[in-house]
Design a binder for this molecule. Sequence first.
Ligand SMILES: [Zn+2]
Length: 274
Amino acid sequence: MKTNLPCAFWRFAGRVPAKRSPSRPDILGERTVTLDGQLVSYTLKRSSRARCVRFEVREGTGLAVVVPRSYRLRGLNDLLKEKQRWILHHLAGHFRATQLLAAGEVRSGDTVPYLGRDLGFVKCPADGCAPGVGLVQNQLVIRGALDRQRMDLLLEQWYRSQALQFTRRRVDELVHRLGVQYGRITIRGQRTRWGSCSHRGALSFNWRLMMAPEPVIDYVIIHEVAHLREMNHTARFWKLVAEECPGWREHRQWLNEHGGWLNARPLPQQPLRI
Ligand SMILES: [Zn+2]
């Protein structure tokens, strides 16, 4: 049965509650720990609702460690070391996103992520040169004397145009094979969604997907196109997705793990529960 609800599947990234609740964790303070030779600072919180220790990497605040009310802090350093791979991986993604697209400058010699690999980035700031972005062999060349804001805008426009070409080509192939029709494709920059499908058959995709490996982008496209037949997340829907994309679980996992740095403003990561 079809419903009029748009696909909300991608709202997985989690939302921070707007209101302060009485059960909000108490902040115990800022601490540091050395993980794999790196000094990592974190905010320690204690929560009466937490049943286990959890780690969170959030926009603006970095790493937070939430411990249950009765947890003995003596064992915390050992636990942090045990989970250092996850922590360092997510912190690296957090800083990378912030550095690359939100706060930092991209300079010649840097790289930008594209289809799951790193493209060399070259800035040609010659005056009198029309501003533009182009892919030259394995390098992304940005021309013109541009301030950072203008450069970021041009980069985003380039990602958006690549996303439109890429998704349109794949969507056209898929709808033909599945015998369904779609309205139009829009490229957006949603903070909490990778894609959507409306009940009118309008598809939208997040331009930041172009930073992900191709099979991951394909999975998101297949997911949304499958909604043109099944506007739900029932077993029938997932069967259809699996027929087109047998590795969908792995790709969804990739998005859960890397979604934070794909997003220009890092989203709260899914907390690791232990
Ligand atoms: Zn969905």
